[in-house]
Write a protein that binds this ligand. Structure first.
Ligand SMILES: Nc1ncnc2c1ncn2[C@@H]1O[C@H](COP(=O)(O)OP(=O)(O)O)[C@@H](O)[C@H]1O
Ligand SMILES: [Mg+2]
Length: 242
C-alpha cells in the first residue's frame, strides 16, 4: 500500500485515503434496504474476489479470495495452447458460466498460428465446462466466507455479483444454483450525471464507488460537518429562502 501511494504521489496524484475495494463497489451498487436486511456482495475482479457481507446497515464480515476472472483466462490459454490475449478474447466472446446453457453445435475457431494443437476447433459447450468448473471454485470459496460470517440465514437479499468477472454470460443462473439464494448483478446505480452508457457496467462499480466515497462516508456522519461547511449550509438555506 505504501508503494502504491508513493508511486501515485510521484506522478502528482494527491491521495486522500485508501478504501477497501469491496466497500467501494458496495457503495455504488447496494441499496439501503439490501444492507439493512442482509446481503452479500461478491466482487469478482481480475486476480481477486472480494466478499463483503452486510446486515443491519453495517458490514459484518469481509474477505479477499485470491482467485478471480483472470484464472479463467489462464485456464483457457493453457487448455487451448494460445496466448493470454487470445484466451481473454475467447472468454469474453464465447464463454458461458453454465455449460448447459451454451451450444454444443457452435464451434469456436482456435487461433490457427499454434502448431501444437491438432484440432483447431472447440465447441462453446466444451469451452464452458472448464469455465464453469473455475466459477464453481470461486463461488465455493465465497460460500465458505458467507458461512463464516455466521449470518448466512439473515441474508434476505442473497448475493449481489459485481466486478468485471460478473459480466461473464449466464453467471446469475450458475450463482443461483450454487449459492441457493436470490442473485442479482450489481451495476453502479449512482446519481453521477453522465455515467449512463459509459460507466454503468459491473466492471465500473469500484471506480464509481471511489468517486462517491466522500459523500458515502459523510452520509453516515451527518453531525461531522466542519464549522465552515455549516456556515455554507446555512447560507444556502438563506439564499433559497429569498
Ligand atoms: N464480458 C466479460 N465476460 C467475462 N469476463 C469479463 C468480461 N469483461 C471483463 N471481464 C473480466 O473482468 C476482469 C477485470 O475485472 P475488474 O473488476 O476490472 O478487475 P479488478 O477489480 O481486479 O481490477 C478481467 O479478468 C476480465 O477478463
Ligand atoms: Mg473490479
Amino acid at each position: 500500500m505504501k508503494n502504491l501511494v508513493e508511486s501515485a504521489e510521484e506522478v502528482g496524484i494527491k491521495i486522500n485515503g485508501l478504501v477497501f475495494k469491496p466497500l467501494a463497489a458496495a457503495a455504488s451498487t447496494l441499496s439501503k434496504d439490501e444492507t439493512k436486511l442482509g446481503v452479500s456482495l461478491i466482487d469478482i475482479g481480475s486476480t481477486t474476489t472480494g466478499v463483503a457481507i452486510y446486515n443491519d446497515g453495517a458490514i459484518r464480515h469481509s474477505a479477499v479470495i485470491p482467485i478471480g476472472s483472470a484464472s479463467i483466462t489462464n485456464d483457457i490459454a493453457v487448455m487451448l495452447r494460445i496466448s493470454i490475449e487470445e484466451a481473454e478474447e475467447i472468454k469474453i466472446k464465447y464463454a458461458s458460466a453454465k455449460a448447459s446453457l451454451s451450444s454444443s453445435k457452435l464451434d469456436i475457431e482456435i487461433p490457427s498460428d499454434n502448431i501444437c494443437s491438432s484440432n483447431n476447433k472447440i465447441s462453446e459447450h466444451e469451452l464452458s465446462t472448464y469455465v464453469e468448473a473455475r466459477m464453481e471454485e470461486i463461488f465455493q470459496l465465497a460460500q465458505n466466507e458467507i458461512n463464516r460470517s455466521g449470518i448466512n440465514n439473515s441474508l434476505t437479499y442473497g448475493a449481489v455479483l459485481t466486478g468485471g468477472g460478473s459480466q461473464l454470460r449466464n453467471i446469475v443462473p450458475l450463482a443461483k444454483e450454487l449459492l441457493e439464494m436470490p442473485i442479482r448483478l450489481g451495476k453502479p446505480t449512482v446519481n453521477i450525471q453522465g455515467n449512463k452508457d459509459f460507466a454503468d457496467k459491473p466492471i465500473d462499480s469500484t471506480l464509481l464507488g471511489l468517486l462517491l466515497w466522500p459523500y458515502h462516508s459523510n452520509e453516515h456522519k451527518p453531525l461531522n460537518r466542519t464549522i465552515i461547511s455549516w456556515i455554507e449550509y446555512f447560507k444556502q438555506i438563506i439564499k433559497e429562502f429569498f
